[in-house]
Write a protein that binds this ligand. Structure first.
Ligand code: AVJ
Length: 336
């Protein structure tokens, strides 16, 4: 589907309709019980997430925006002119605008998002703010397989933008695979501008996921409200409480919903029993050292890393390299 000359183009890859009940049940039969973190982002959850981003304890958003603002000259310098900018999960366009305001002659902006409504809204906003920029909205699940359309004007390179430290929500193996897929999508010499949250004191991390105003608790509990609303589950939400813990061994923050009492819950005709104190893990957010992250992004070369003064958060520019059978990337590029 494509709408009128000069308007936003929509490439609809028809992401499979999310089957909430199936995903929830798959997590709840596991030991320990889990629920997928994508459950958070219905309309209410997305609003709560936007509020989280403004909380004093939640340092990642303002720190990343600060780095982007302060280092934008250096960033556009390494990214270069005439790029096709591909955004993975185009939720908040505030970060995108910082880039688009400074990039030299970007060829096209291709936001990729699973939520059609949000995608069209944000693509349209960008189109109105940058009328001469080709906007290629791709409705797809960026964690699945997707392709990026060629822009009208040939780009110097493709650069993916993946802010927010959302990479932290992937387990290590998934993160490795995901980053390899991105490397293939941007191609050798293409780039990835990514926000990566860093290890820091347990106190700071736990507070970022358990704020004093209780917004994160509400965000977490909304997953249960959503299952009640959308698949007719019968969670008594008051009988669960939010918890955020630092798992030192695995290097991740975990959000849990802890059952306050012994109880059972029914979802789509299946019953799940909870012991008093039993937890459902609803999110993992891995926090990396720079070295660790570089090892995971193994088909990229880390070109530049920008941090805030406290080294709480990093914005990194990675360049895709071919890494096949130990052959040197230079030779591979030269011979292909
Ligand atoms: C920005 C989606 C990666 O782990 O920080 C914020 C979401 N969860 N508070 C994060 C989140 C709880 C989040 N991501």
């Amino acid at each position: 589907m494509s709408v009128g000359a000069g308007a936003v183009e929509i490439i609809d890859l028809e992401p499979a309709a999310a089957d909430l009940a199936t995903d929830a049940i798959a997590g709840l039969v596991a030991t320990p019980k889990t629920l997928p973190c994508k459950l958070f982002y219905d309309k209410r959850g997305s609003e709560l997430f936007d509020r989280i981003c403004t909380l004093p304890e939640y340092y990642p958003t303002r720190t990343e925006i600060g780095i982007l603002h302060d280092r934008i000259a250096a960033i556009v310098d390494v990214v270069g002119p005439n790029v096709q900018l591909v955004e993975l999960g185009s939720g908040s366009s505030e970060k995108t605008r910082i880039l688009l305001d400074a990039l030299r002659d970007p060829v096209a902006y291709a936001p990729i998002d699973i939520s059609r409504e949000q995608l069209l809204e944000s693509a349209d906003r960008i189109h109105r703010a940058y009328p001469s920029l080709q906007v290629q909205a791709v409705c797809a699940d960026y964690t699945g397989s997707f392709s990026v359309p060629e822009p009208r004007r040939p780009p110097a390179r493709r650069v993916a933008f993946f802010p927010g430290s959302t990479i932290g929500n992937f387990h290590e193996r998934e993160a490795r695979h995901f980053l390899r897929r991105i490397a293939r999508i941007v191609g050798v010499g293409g780039g990835l501008l990514i926000g990566v949250d860093l290890r820091k004191s347990e106190e700071t991390l736990v507070a970022a996921y358990d704020d004093a105003m209780g917004v994160t608790a509400e965000f977490n509990l909304n997953a249960l409200h959503r299952l009640n609303r959308e698949v007719g589950a019968d969670f008594v939400v008051d009988q669960f409480e939010h918890r955020s813990i630092w798992n030192r061994e695995l290097g991740r923050i975990e959000m849990h919903l802890v059952s306050r009492v012994e109880q059972s819950v029914e979802i789509a005709g299946r019953r799940f029993d909870f012991a008093a104190g039993e937890a459902i893990r609803t999110e993992s957010a891995y926090k990396y050292d720079l070295e660790q992250f570089a090892a995971i992004a193994d088909e990229f070369r880390v070109e530049r890393v920008w941090c805030d003064a406290e080294r709480n958060f990093s914005v990194q520019y990675l360049v895709a390299e071919c890494e096949v059978d130990g052959a040197s990337p230079g030779r591979l590029v030269g011979s292909s």
